[in-house]
Ligand binder design. Structure first.
Ligand code: ADP
Length: 269
């Protein structure tokens, strides 16, 4: 820099504007750097998370190869390979869901979405896992309500909440998916009688890749992305997601979302 004098003079004359400008630039750079660092962290996390199932599949295929004359072992290794590839598919799907939602752009063309259908699909998506643990998932509350937004996104969000409720519940317990119409919103509450979440973790569970207990995680096959997807869907719909939980007793997650205007006028006519 050689032309120091002139800009300094100009800056002094227009001090308020100049300092505001500098402040804005500094804030901009700081935000840019933060976004950059979040992106780098995300890529590092994604790579790490992808490596685990890919590495396992690689080892298992070697094991299958080596055990070709032992049909029982082949079957065992193949079963584990299937599980690992399911985990990989789930992770890739969640990364795609999340990347579509980033930026929290409001839903481009919100449409009326039948809550009953969203809940039914969400329950259906977890049916196999629920059945395997003897968990009953019960829909309840008001029927016939409509939300305004994206059916695909809303189904993903509610499915993630139901999947978590099932994953973190004890065998034989129940999960309730309750629907309630408020003035201009609809509340969908997913309540489980599961392991609950420690109070210290409640603030952090909506962060990407955050898990209360990474060790426990391996067995549930979770990705740590489900709740951040739910948070983004709430944001793109101008709604919110909240959680109440008591460790050892269970959790309730509520999604409060804008009600469809079409539905409101239908009711008032
Ligand atoms: P994951 O794929 O690990 O379930 P999420 O983002 O959906 O990722 O959830 C983040 C963490 O929050 C989970 O790892 C789990 O520790 C905790 N969690 C989420 N839902 C529940 C629930 N219903 N009961 C207990 N813990 C939960």
């Amino acid at each position: 820099r050689t032309s120091g004098a002139q800009p300094r003079h100009v800056t002094a004359r227009v001090a308020p504007l100049g300092s505001r400008l500098v402040l804005a630039l500094v804030e901009d750079r700081t935000r840019e750097r933060r976004v950059d660092s979040i992106r780098r962290d995300f890529v590092a996390n994604v790579s790490h998370e992808l490596k685990t199932p890919v590495g396992a599949i690689r080892l298992l295929s070697e094991a299958v190869h080596d055990a070709s004359d032992d049909p029982e072992a082949v079957e065992r290794f193949a079963g584990r390979m299937l599980k690992e590839s399911d985990r990989l598919t789930h992770l890739v799907q969640q990364i795609i869901d999340l990347s579509r939602l980033q930026g929290d752009e409001p839903v481009a063309q919100p449409k009326p979405v039948a809550v009953d259908e969203v809940v039914a699909v969400a329950i259906d998506t977890s049916a196999i896992d629920a059945q395997a643990k003897g968990i009953t998932v019960v829909p309840g509350g008001e029927a016939g309500l409509f939300l305004s937004g994206s059916q695909e996104q809303l189904t993903i969000a509610v499915s993630n909440l139901v999947a978590n409720a099932v994953a973190y519940s004890r065998e034989g317990s129940s999960v309730l998916v309750g629907v309630r119409g408020l003035d201009d919103t609809v509340e969908i509450a997913v309540t489980d009688q599961g392991i609950g979440i420690p109070a210290d973790d409640l603030d952090r569970i909506f962060e990407r890749f955050y898990r209360v207990d990474p060790a426990r995680h391996r067995s549930t096959g979770g990705t740590g992305l489900g709740l951040s997807i739910v948070k983004h869907v709430a944001a793109t719909h101008g709604g919110e997601v909240r959680v109440w939980s008591v460790e050892g007793q269970g959790s309730t997650f509520t999604l409060t979302l804008p009600r469809s205007v079409a539905n409101l006028s239908e009711e008032s006519s």
